[in-house]
Design a protein around this ligand. Structure first.
Ligand code: NAG
Ligand code: CA
Ligand code: CA
Ligand code: CA
Length: 316
């Protein structure tokens, strides 16, 4: 009894001590969550989407403590003397600023940089936090670094090494798979999978094709919303022509032969044309798990694959 109690205590203590989200996010108790700096500047919409796909939100200085944390982040890590995009925006209705969470600017402690806000050319609907912690309105299509924020939760990392329980481990391959119900273009699908710590699914064996076929079957046409041609019966996966128009490689740079699965559906690849959409340069599968070439720019459902240990920490 005593021993059990001791182990429970140790387990409980270590849960409290090391709050962890994913290895690319750092724990900031003063911010009440985890933060990740994106150094590569992006426009505001791109920044918002990346944070969202990583399971977080584009960080805003909602409290004085949070503002100080973001400020020290900018001092420690950044870069130019410009600042970082915050989640504070007026992209829904011009001039009406609120954070991603919907907190209006009036309720966010802030001070403006000198001369700001000036809504230059009536085109500044996004908010930058400068080095000194002050704010400025800027164009949402300008590009700046930004910080993603994930508030503490009591969730525990699952067998796939993520909080996202849509990832399911399959014992046949030892990898995890997720069927995305929000259709996206191939490029956005790629972004979604990589943001989740994985990649668009790569079929490495007949067994893995079977795994994807079964996952597809769990998502019958009635459950799907893609309006692309055959959008309820084809999904994007991880191969592409890498702009060479003729040679297909996986997102890991291997030929389909090297990857271990080359089973095209009858008549494919056919480089189909549909209205203004010419040329099929992105990879997908039918419900049979047989391959198809697809229009990159149309939103299809897609399947991500993730190794259970990606995004985990190296234990000392
Ligand atoms: C597919 O069609 C597009 C445009 O219609 C063309 O540019 C491209 O070269 C074709 N690809 C192949 C592999 O034939
Ligand atoms: Ca301005
Ligand atoms: Ca694989
Ligand atoms: Ca095709």
């Amino acid at each position: 009894m005593k021993v059990t109690a001791f182990f429970l205590l140790v387990a409980a203590t270590s849960l409290v001590e090391c709050k962890r989200y994913r290895s690319d996010y750092e724990d900031y108790p003063d911010a009440g969550g985890w933060l990740k700096l994106h150094r590569v500047p992006a426009n505001w919409h791109e920044a918002r989407l990346r944070c969202h796909l990583e399971g977080g939100t584009l960080a805003s200085p909602l409290t004085q403590k949070m503002s100080d944390v973001l400020k020290s982040f900018v001092e420690d890590h950044v870069l130019s003397n410009c600042g970082i995009f915050t989640g504070i925006h007026a992209t829904f209705s011009r001039g009406q600023f609120a954070s991603i969470e919907g907190v209006p600017l009036e309720r966010i402690p802030h001070h403006w940089a000198s001369g700001e806000p000036d809504n230059e050319q009536d085109s500044e609907q996004c908010i930058l936090q400068l080095k000194d912690g002050s704010l400025a309105d800027v164009s949402c299509s300008d590009t700046y670094p930004y910080i993603c924020y994930r508030k503490y939760t009591n969730q525990i990392t699952n067998a796939c090494g993520t909080f996202d329980n849509e990832y399911q481990l399959d014992a046949r391959t030892g990898n995890c798979y997720k069927f995305h119900l929000v259709p996206r273009t191939w490029s956005r699908a790629h972004l979604a999978c990589t943001s989740e710590g994985g990649h668009l699914a790569v079929i490495n064996s007949d067994a893995e094709a079977k795994v994807l076929e079964e996952l597809f079957a769990k998502n019958p046409p009635g459950k799907l919303q893609s309006r692309a041609p055959f959008g309820k019966d084809i999904v994007f996966i991880g191969f592409h022509d890498w702009n060479e128009h003729g040679e297909w490689l996986t997102v890991q740079g291997q030929t389909l032969e090297q990857a271990g699965y080359v089973r095209w559906s009858g008549g494919q690849p056919d480089n189909g044309t549909h209205n203004e959409h010419r040329g099929e340069f992105c990879g997908g599968i039918f419900r049979s798990a047989q391959l198809d070439d697809l229009w990159c720019g149309m939103p299809y459902h897609f399947i991500c694959e993730k190794a259970p240990d990606s995004l985990l920490w190296d234990e000392q």
